[in-house]
Design a protein around this ligand. Structure first.
Ligand SMILES: *Cc1c(COP(=O)(O)O)cnc(C)c1O
Length: 382
C-alpha cells in the first residue's frame, strides 16, 4: 500500500449505510406516527411489543426508555432491599453495576471466563453468601453466558436471575436437554437496550424487559408507568420510562431485518477469523458451543502487542478500533471498595490490557474487510 489512504469510509458502526438501504420503509413508518400524533403508547408500541414477544418466544415484553432503566426496573420489581447483594461480572459496561448502586444494593463482582468474556460460573458459586439475592449475567459482545450453570446455581440458592441482553438480542442458547431459548428469556427477567449502535437499535434511546412470569410482567408494566396498576392509582413508587412511538415504529422495521443483520455480522466475523487465524499476536473470538454469537462486537485478544501503537497505526489508515473495556469495574472510582483485590480478577485484569475491537456492523463489504485485515497484518509485519 502506498502513502495514500483509500476512502473506504470505515466506521465502528455504519448506521448511515444501513439506513440508506431501508430509508423508504423507515421514513414511511416515522411519517405515519407523526400523522397519527399517537406519540406515546398507542398502536405502534403495542405492535412492536407483540412482534418482539413472537420473535423472542417470550410471554411478555415491556418496552421502556433505555437499557439502563430496564436493569433498574428489573431490580425494583424483584423487591430487593438495601444491603442485598447482587452478583455480576467485573468485565461489562458500567450500566450493569450502576443500577445496583443506585438501588442501594451491594454489587459483588466476579471474574470472567477467558474464552467467552462472560461470567465465570465457578467464581460465581464462590461469591454467593447468605445476603445474595440476585445474579446479573451479561451476554457480552453477542454470545450467551453459561446460562445452564447460572440457572442451576440460582435454583440451588434461591436467587433471581436478570439477564443483561443489551449486546446479544437474537442469540440462541441450547441447554443440554436440547431446549433452545433466546438470550434474555431464560432468567426471571431479561433486559435490553435499543441504543442506536446495538444489534437492534432505534434512532434515539429505547429499551425493554422480557419475562415469562405474568405476575412479574404486571409489576414491571406498572413500575415503568409511575407505579400505576389502575389509572391515577399509584400502588407503589415507579418511574417514568417509555419507549416512544416513533422509536417503536423504527424498531418494527428493523426487527424484520434482525436475522439478516445477524448473518451479515457473522459473515464479517468469519472473514476476520480466517484472516487472523495465523497471526500469532492475535487470538480470535472463541464461541461456546451452547450459544450462537450475534457479534455485537468483534473482539480480539492481543499477545505482546502495544495496543496504542496498533490503534494509532489503524487510525492513520482511516480504520477505527476500540477497547471495550479498558478498566475493570472493581477499579472504577464510583464502585471501588477496599475489599476488592486485583488478584481476585486476574482474567478481567488481563483482558482490559489485551482486548481490541474492530469495526463490526451490518454494512461491511469485502473491500472494507480486505483493507482492514490487510492493514492489521501489515502492522504485525512491519
Ligand atoms: C448498552 C448497554 C447497557 C445500557 O443501555 P442504554 O440503553 O444505553 O441505557 C447496559 N448493559 C450493557 C451490557 C450494554 O452494552
Amino acid at each position: 500500500m502506498s502513502g495514500v489512504i483509500p476512502d473506504h469510509n470505515i466506521q465502528m458502526v455504519d448506521l448511515k449505510g444501513q439506513y440508506t438501504k431501508i430509508k423508504e420503509q423507515i421514513d414511511t413508518a416515522i411519517m405515519d406516527v407523526i400523522d397519527s400524533t399517537a406519540f406515546i403508547k398507542g398502536p405502534e408500541v403495542k405492535a412492536f411489543q407483540e412482534e418482539l414477544e413472537n420473535y423472542l418466544d417470550v410471554k411478555h415484553v415491556i418496552p421502556c426508555g433505555n437499557g439502563t432503566d430496564a436493569l433498574q426496573i428489573a431490580l425494583m420489581a424483584l423487591g430487593l432491599k438495601p444491603g442485598d447483594e447482587v452478583v455480576t461480572t467485573d468485565f461489562t459496561f458500567a450500566a450493569t453495576v450502576e443500577v445496583i448502586g443506585l438501588m442501594n444494593l451491594v454489587p459483588v463482582f466476579v471474574d470472567v471466563d477467558r474464552d467467552t468474556f462472560n461470567i465465570d460460573v465457578n467464581e460465581l458459586k464462590k461469591a454467593i453468601t447468605p445476603k445474595t439475592k440476585a445474579i446479573i449475567p451479561v451476554h457480552l459482545f453477542g454470545q450467551c453466558a453459561n446460562m445452564e450453570a447460572v440457572m442451576e446455581i440460582a435454583n440451588d440458592n434461591n436467587l433471581y436471575v436478570v439477564e443483561d441482553t443489551a449486546q446479544a438480542i437474537g442469540a440462541d442458547y441450547t441447554f443440554s436437554n436440547g431446549k433452545v431459548q433466546k438470550a434474555g428469556t431464560i432468567g426471571n427477567i431479561g433486559t435490553t437496550s435499543f441504543f442506536p449502535s446495538k444489534n437492534l437499535g432505534c434512532y434515539g434511546d429505547g429499551g425493554a424487559l422480557f419475562t415469562n412470569d405474568s405476575e412479574l410482567a404486571k409489576r414491571l408494566g406498572a413500575i415503568v408507568n409511575h407505579g400505576m396498576y389502575e389509572r391515577y392509582y399509584h400502588d407503589e413508587i415507579g418511574v417514568n420510562s417509555r419507549l416512544d412511538a416513533i422509536q417503536a415504529a423504527i424498531l418494527r422495521v428493523k426487527l424484520g431485518h434482525l436475522d439478516e443483520y445477524g448473518l451479515a455480522r457473522k459473515r464479517a466475523a468469519k472473514y476476520y477469523n480466517e484472516a487472523f487465524s495465523e497471526v500469532v499476536q492475535l487470538e480470535i473470538p472463541v464461541i461456546d458451543e451452547k450459544t450462537t454469537h450475534v457479534f455485537h462486537q468483534y473482539t480480539l485478544k492481543t499477545k505482546d502487542v502495544n495496543r496504542t501503537e496498533l490503534i494509532d497505526f489503524l487510525k492513520g489508515r482511516g480504520i477505527p478500533a476500540m477497547i471495550y473495556y479498558p478498566v475493570p469495574l472493581h477499579r472504577q472510582k464510583a464502585y471501588i471498595r477496599p475489599e476488592f483485590k486485583d488478584e481476585n480478577y486476574p482474567i478481567t485484569m488481563e483482558l482490559c490490557k489485551s482486548v481490541i475491537s474492530l469495526p463490526m456492523h451490518t454494512e461491511l463489504d469485502n473491500n472494507q474487510l480486505k483493507y482492514i485485515t490487510e492493514s492489521v497484518k501489515e502492522f504485525f509485519n512491519k
